[in-house]
Design a protein around this ligand. Structure first.
Ligand SMILES: *[C@@H]1O[C@H](CO)[C@@H](O)[C@H](O)[C@H]1NC(C)=O
Ligand SMILES: *[C@@H]1O[C@H](CO)[C@@H](O)[C@H](O)[C@H]1NC(C)=O
Length: 221
């Protein structure tokens, strides 16, 4: 009898994910099938992935947006059991299991349509197969598949993959009002435009001095 009363609230809370603790979110695929939520605290970052698949989910950090030479983590739930493994890919995009498993799975669940994975890692792991997470723009790569990982390792993800540039360590307010940001014009003066299809005009401009690191948030043409 008492077991019955314990089970009910457990299932009720397990089905809804608490997004409150995550200061940042991004839709990685443009269709809402792959949502990333994260927060950083001290020297580590916690990620929550919500992906519309019951197969495996892949997430990683790439030097240039391509799958080659990347730091990749793959996880999911198979036969009721959660799994998460740290991989890296070589320059031929072949996946290798990382001998140093630096991603810590905090929980994984499937709710009938979605796979939800929560995991964390250090910003800097000292493992040459892991990418250090810095304040700069980071190229995140993602993939998912409708099958789980199985004994043989992940099968090719097909078309469900992509990349996105993110600043993971951005302050909480990611939207900077352009009006508050410094702006300047690069104006060509008295350039005759010849009457022909296309003219390329190469011109160098000197940037105004900015004494610390800035990021361009908007370009007007
Ligand atoms: C499954 O999880 C997703 C993502 O959190 C959510 O949008 C969806 O409503 C959930 N479905 C059920 C049946 O709880
Ligand atoms: C840039 O050019 C626009 C349009 O001519 C002008 O309104 C604006 O004040 C200029 N901005 C600066 C910083 O010079």
């Amino acid at each position: 009898m008492s077991a019955f009363f314990f089970l009910f609230p457990f299932f009720a809370t397990a089905l809804s994910v608490d997004l409150q603790p995550y200061s940042h979110s991004a839709m990685l695929d443009g269709q809402g099938k792959y949502m990333l939520h994260w927060r950083h605290h001290g020297t580590s970052v916690t990620f929550l992935l919500q992906v519309e698949t019951l197969g495996y989910v892949g997430f990683g950090f790439s030097p240039n947006g391509d799958m080659a030479s990347s730091d990749i983590v793959i996880g999911g739930v198979e036969g009721g059991k959660p799994y998460l493994q740290d991989f890296y890919s070589d320059s031929n995009r072949i996946l290798h299991r990382d001998p140093h498993q630096n991603y810590l799975l905090e929980y994984a669940m499937e709710n009938g349509t979605y796979t939800i994975l929560k995991f964390s890692r250090d910003l800097h792991t000292c493992d040459p197969n892991d990418k250090t997470i810095t304040e700069s723009t980071i190229r995140v790569i993602w993939a998912f598949h409708n099958e789980d990982f199985g004994q043989t390792g992940p099968t090719y993800h097909g078309l469900n993959k992509g990349r996105k540039s993110l600043r993971l360590l951005n302050p909480e307010k990611t939207y900077i009002k352009p009006v508050d940001a410094p702006s300047f014009n690069f104006t060509n003066r008295n350039v005759p435009i010849p009457y022909k299809d296309t003219t390329y005009w190469c011109q160098m401009f000197k940037m105004p001095a900015l004494n610390k690191k800035h990021h361009v948030v908007k370009v007007w043409m």
